[in-house]
Write a protein that binds this ligand. Structure first.
Ligand SMILES: C[S@@+](CC[C@H](N)C(=O)[O-])C[C@H]1O[C@@H](n2cnc3c(N)ncnc32)[C@H](O)[C@@H]1O
Length: 157
């Protein structure tokens, strides 16, 4: 199974970006992994929040292949502990799925169309984080999940 993570806009925080990239390169030792950054559209036109969500939603959906399973990072989604999340990844791999696509919404969240298309929602906490922070937490937790599945010491350090 491959994993893609779709995010909106470049992060302007260099440290967070560096850390995110560190986990992305570590992850690639465990799984085919791609971080897909949709260019920030808020600067393109003077859009309302809803219009921006719709546009971002179209961009997310455009990037899905026919057999990809879309799972949203969403504070109202299912919460796991890290071992539970590693089991979730294992079950997805066991199901024969080719590509698991996680997506992180833009500053206003996801459009209705994206919610309609998704096959699940995963929450990292009941608290709302910025979309830039969530990408770091998401790649770290996916990485942690694979180290748990491999019984490697990272999880306990
Ligand atoms: C600033 S939040 C958007 C908040 C927006 N008010 C909403 O209702 O979705 C941007 C994105 O970060 C992600 N996000 C924020 N907090 C999260 C959490 N606790 N767990 C998982 N994803 C989260 C979601 O993908 C969300 O669409």
């Amino acid at each position: 199974m491959n994993i893609k993570l779709i995010v909106i806009g470049k992060t302007d925080n260099c440290e967070m970006e560096t850390l995110t990239q560190k986990y992305v390169s570590r992850l690639k030792h465990y799984v085919g992994f791609e971080l897909i950054t949709i260019p920030d559209i808020k600067n393109v036109k003077n859009l309302s929040e809803n219009q921006q969500k719709e546009k971002e939603g179209q961009e997310i959906l455009k990037r899905l292949g026919p057999s990809d399973a879309l799972v949203l990072l969403d504070e109202k989604g299912k919460e796991f502990d890290s071992v539970g999340f590693s089991d979730y990844l294992q079950k997805k791999m066991n199901s024969g799925l080719k590509t698991l696509v996680f997506a992180i919404g833009g500053p206003y969240g996801f459009s209705k169309d994206v919610y309609a298309e998704c096959q699940g929602k995963v929450s990292l906490s009941k608290m709302t984080f910025s979309h830039q922070m969530v990408r770091l937490f998401a790649v770290e937790q996916i990485y942690r999940g694979f180290t748990i599945l491999r019984n490697e010491p990272y999880h306990h350090r």
